[in-house]
Write a protein that binds this ligand. Structure first.
Ligand SMILES: Nc1nc2c(ncn2[C@@H]2O[C@H](COP(=O)(O)OP(=O)(O)OP(=O)(O)O)[C@@H](O)[C@H]2O)c(=O)[nH]1
Ligand SMILES: [Mg+2]
Length: 195
């Protein structure tokens, strides 16, 4: 049985480095552009409607939110990057928080880099991958909103080629929080970090 049939609860939110809680359970993070669907996907994976807040307005999640699933694993919903409507100092605060977290988080086992299936992989996403590699972090690409595109094969082929040409060999998953496509596969990949 999957741990995701267990109870998922919000455990903490941190907008500043010294507010990041210490946990000893294995943790997985969700990172990606604002509005890519991070919070929706966390809800889909946890079989929950409103565990993580979903919004039509980009930049809604302004802190790292931590959720505990079945007392076995922590999911971290990171603030989204790359949108125009926030002042520069906010960008800098978030960047500092995220970079600190990604570099130092001792129980962080896997980072899900979320990419909107309609946009494909963009330079900002590649910067994140490069950063994660430089921190020796384990990551996988999770395409979101796959219900919005018709040709998944083309998306996967072009992405695999691009990643291979840059020397990355990471897992790729296609998901939709709306249709729940890929939800089980994502659950399995998250559970694997415990073994
Ligand atoms: N069609 C479709 N829409 C989705 C999907 N996932 C999320 N959305 C929509 O995309 C918007 C943003 O979703 P969120 O889950 O709040 O995105 P986020 O990445 O957490 O956004 P920030 O917290 O602002 O960074 C909402 O309007 C969702 O309903 C999906 O799989 N399919
Ligand atoms: Mg969010």
């Amino acid at each position: 049985m999957t741990i995701f049939s267990g109870q998922a609860v919000f455990t903490a939110g941190a907008a500043e480095i010294d507010r990041i809680p210490q946990y000893f359970l294995p943790e997985v993070a969700f990172i990606g552009k604002s509005n890519v669907g991070k919070s929706s996907l966390i809800n889909a994976v946890c079989n929950h409607h409103n565990l993580a807040k979903v919004s039509k307005t980009p930049g809604r999640t302004q802190q790292i939110n931590f959720f505990t699933v079945a007392n076995k694993i922590i999911l971290a919903d990171l603030p989204g990057y790359g949108f125009a409507d926030v002042p520069d100092y906010k960008h800098q605060e978030w960047e500092k928080l995220i970079l600190y977290y990604l570099k130092n988080r001792y129980n962080l086992k896997l980072i899900n880099v979320l990419i909107d299936a309609r946009r494909n992989i963009k330079s900002h996403d590649l910067e994140i991958l490069s950063l994660l590699s430089s921190y020796n972090r384990h990551f996988q690409i999770v395409f979101t909103k796959i219900d919005k595109i018709s040709d998944k094969t083309e998306l996967l082929n072009s992405s695999k080629n691009l990643l291979a040409s840059l020397g990355y060999s990471c897992n790729l998953i296609t998901t939709s929080s709306r249709s729940r496509e890929g939800a089980k596969e994502l659950q399995f990949s998250l559970e694997r970090i415990r073994s």
